[in-house]
Write a protein that binds this ligand. Sequence first.
Ligand code: NAI
Ligand code: XMP
Ligand code: K
Length: 501
Amino acid sequence: MDFTQPIVEDGFSAEKLFSQGYSYTYDDVIFLPHYIDFPTDAVQLATRVSSNVPLSIPCVASPMDTVSETCMAVAMAALGGIAFVHSNTTPSEQAAMVASAKSRRVPILSSPVFKAPSGRIESADDFGDSPYILVTESGSAKSKLLGYVSKVDWQNRNDKEVKIYDYMVNSSASVPSSFDLGQIDAFLEEKKANFVPMVDNDEVLDLVTKEDVERIKGYPKLAKGSVGADGRWLVGASIGTREQDKERLEHLVKAGVNVVVLDSSQGNSIYQIDMIKHIKKNYRELDVIGGNVVTINQADNLIQAGVDGLRVGMGSGSICTTQEVCAVGRGQATAVYKVSSTAYKNKIPVIADGGISNSGHIVKALTLGASTVMMGSFLAGSTEAPGAYEYQNGQRIKKYRGMGSLEAMTKGSDARYLGDTAKLKIAQGVVGAVKDKGSVLKFIPYTMQAVKQGFQDLGASSLQSAHDLLRSRTLRLEVRTGAAQVEGGIHGLVSYEKKYF
Ligand SMILES: NC(=O)C1=CN([C@@H]2O[C@H](COP(=O)(O)OP(=O)(O)OC[C@H]3O[C@@H](n4cnc5c(N)ncnc54)[C@H](O)[C@@H]3O)[C@@H](O)[C@H]2O)C=CC1
Ligand SMILES: O=c1[nH]c(=O)c2[nH+]cn([C@@H]3O[C@H](COP(=O)(O)O)[C@@H](O)[C@H]3O)c2[nH]1
Ligand SMILES: [K+]
């Protein structure tokens, strides 16, 4: 009898696991823990969204019209991530959103209300959501600031019919929009003021209240914000691959966009390759991200054309129906691993796009080779996402829709979609809603802390070290059976409340 010890292999290397002919997604796989020799806080999540655009956290907001507009762009940059402002609008409106985000320094966006001194305040509704009406010479944002009327003062007045100049408080006190939170706080403290307007180039942009400042100070401390060489936030934007997108790009470049993503479900096309070449020839300083891709061959074509980053995911998004409609796509874990394996050789960062619904998915995406994760549904329920909250079955929700949904297509991506050939619209996405999640300024730092804990369990103190573990085959993983997935979730309870922080 042979009593020599058999060699028991513990888990698979990614290389072996992802070459079995299965399309795996994040939930299918699980990592085996490794060795901890550093504290959670030693984990560094600094990364790059594209070759020349560094971030301090690996989080990217998707170019969707229910996710990324000015407010999200400011907040994501303040967090150390980045947002891509969507293109489902006119080129000048998209460029204005980019410019507006870049002109801010604090993650506070108000919609101040303006009146001229000769005007009247008809009702409390005139204040909108703001506790103050700002009085400017012409009654618009782009005019000299003269003073203000507070809602409380106005409500306490008997003679509400008189003109504003009869009772407004004269004050042209303001701070430049380049002020950061600390500077605004110090200003309010020094002047014993409850609010201050923020002004940029003689235009009043925002009105920041003491309450806003206190609220943000109460959130977890932000990582280093994403600031460019010009001292302004890093902001991205999406464009398409049609001829008219070249003009859109010009608007965006003038607005100071730092990186563009070519927004397509199947990026390996002659149209995209031509656009990449156009951008690389005419805008040498601008990073361009190609995609979406899910295979090595697709990725290699775009890398050869000159992309500075790759966006990975086809049909993996929460609102996506592409795999159902077109029978094309790939499980997201496999897609991220395969594309990253070729991108890595060319030092091109990968964005894992779609299918992120918890911090574990982020750990998986990053460890399988991605440099950042792009999120839609994860961010769409936040205060910073476009649109107002509504109620559905007693729950506070925000609308979230696919950019290939009929509704989004008929709004603006219409032109791109229907274009020349198709007269028949086929949707590749749905319209839905997501739960209120509060401010990204709060839940993203908690999510990043959870990601750091995952990295610690794996023995990875940075993204680079996670990628090293992957490539040296030190990282071991397995496929979870259906029962293992049930076991890994919450089970066997009569009731429970899921609360992470
Ligand atoms: N990641 C994903 O799985 C998916 C994402 N989406 C999202 O939906 C939106 C639309 O995606 P797509 O339909 O893939 O957009 P797309 O612009 O790449 O393609 C639309 C149609 O236009 C054609 N086209 C593009 N440029 C052209 C040119 N210069 N000349 C002639 N024809 C041209 C394409 O071949 C395609 O038939 C994007 O926001 C995308 O991110 C949609 C489906 C899946
Ligand atoms: O098949 C699709 N039809 C659509 O209408 C659509 N809209 C967005 N996307 C893609 O989904 C990503 C966001 O996914 P999550 O909500 O899962 O984060 C996004 O970042 C996109 O890659 C679409 N895919
Ligand atoms: K899907």
